[in-house]
Write a protein that binds this ligand. Structure first.
Ligand SMILES: [Zn+2]
Length: 325
């Protein structure tokens, strides 16, 4: 191996980790479960494990209005701007409170995701992890379920419009169904979707049934696997095999994972009973899949998770798998 190859190999193994104050500010006041403590809980554990030395730290940045409008309607961005100035009330029907500066905090989530995407596409890194990210309930026209702007949709639409990459895999192991992504691309045959979540009959947002497989020409490109309350690693590992074969069938060119830690046992908002081994396994196998079909390009987002100990263990396991390869 000559010097150029060594350099190439070093570059290829680089993982960008997006943490910083602008992202840490994404959290809601007054005892809300999506608190501002979540990034810090992960980061303290990552430091304890020495993971900071195995990644390239990347600073958050805010998305421009133009970047927000790649996925969102103008009226939604205007609404968030207005509520951010007022600093009270809700951005939706009662789950997602407004606060002063919510526009900037939510713009940091999308902006950092787009920065990660650009740096992967520029060849500076192969994989990214952004713990405060993965806002999978936000729709093009509205906030929902603690999600103001949908950073995932921003990445998908930017891949299409700026980079000409259409065949994108979106994988979601958050306990809640990724409805904001699913319904935005339900009839899009190039968005390969796989989502394991607690059965919508028992949990918000009440969607993601097995028969929801995509519409029109996209039928079959979407895989929803609802798990019964109480399901654990055994059920997850069995279902995960279906996820992998589904993804392989469509040979994605780019892979996204929303690794919500609220699917772990003991989450205060939900009822699955996974261990961090599930998150590690999902990440490890998606690193492999991305190597097979997507030139290694994989972006991982923290998503939900409302027990600070749980999210710290799940996300450090995710990051460990990302830096291992
Ligand atoms: Zn969730």
């Amino acid at each position: 191996m000559d010097a150029a190859d060594c350099e190439k190999k070093r570059m290829k193994s680089e993982v960008l980790l997006f943490v910083g104050e602008a992202l840490g500010n994404y959290g809601f006041p007054d005892g809300h479960p999506f608190s501002v403590d979540r990034q810090g809980a992960f980061w303290n554990e990552a430091l304890t494990q020495g993971l900071d030395k195995r990644v390239t730290l990347a600073a958050p940045r805010l998305a421009s209005r133009e970047e927000l409008l790649r996925f969102h309607d103008e009226k939604h961005v205007d609404w968030v701007e207005m509520r951010s100035r007022v600093g009270s009330g809700y951005l939706d029907y009662g789950d997602t409170p407004a606060f002063r500066g919510v526009l900037e905090a939510a713009s940091a989530v999308t902006g950092s995701a787009l920065e990660g995407l650009h740096r992967i596409m520029a060849g500076e890194a192969q994989r990214t992890f952004q713990p405060i990210g993965g806002m999978h309930h936000a729709r093009r026209g509205r906030a929902a379920g603690f999600c103001v702007f949908n950073d995932l949709g921003g990445v998908i639409d930017t891949l299409r419009t700026q980079y000409g990459i259409r065949r994108v895999a979106y994988v979601d192991i958050d306990v809640h169904h990724g409805d904001g992504v699913f319904y935005s691309y339900e009839s899009d045959a190039d968005l390969v979707f796989a989502d394991l979540h607690e059965d919508g009959r028992f949990l918000y947002p009440g969607t993601g049934f097995a028969e929801e497989t995509g519409t029109g020409g996209a039928e079959g490109t979407k895989l929803n696997i609802p798990l019964a309350p109480g399901a654990g690693d055994k059920e997850f590992f069995a279902a995960w095999e279906r996820v992998l074969s589904h993804l392989r069938r469509y040979q994605p060119e780019f892979v996204l994972l929303q690794a919500g830690a609220d699917s772990l046992a003991g989450d205060p908002l939900a009822h699955l009973a996974l261990s961090p081994a599930a998150h590690a396994h999902a990440t490890k196998t998606l690193v492999g899949l991305a190597e097979e079909t997507a030139r290694g390009r994989l972006m991982v987002f923290g998503g939900g998770g409302y027990d600070l100990g749980n999210l710290a263990s799940a996300w450090t396991q995710v990051l460990t798998e990302l830096v291992r390869s």
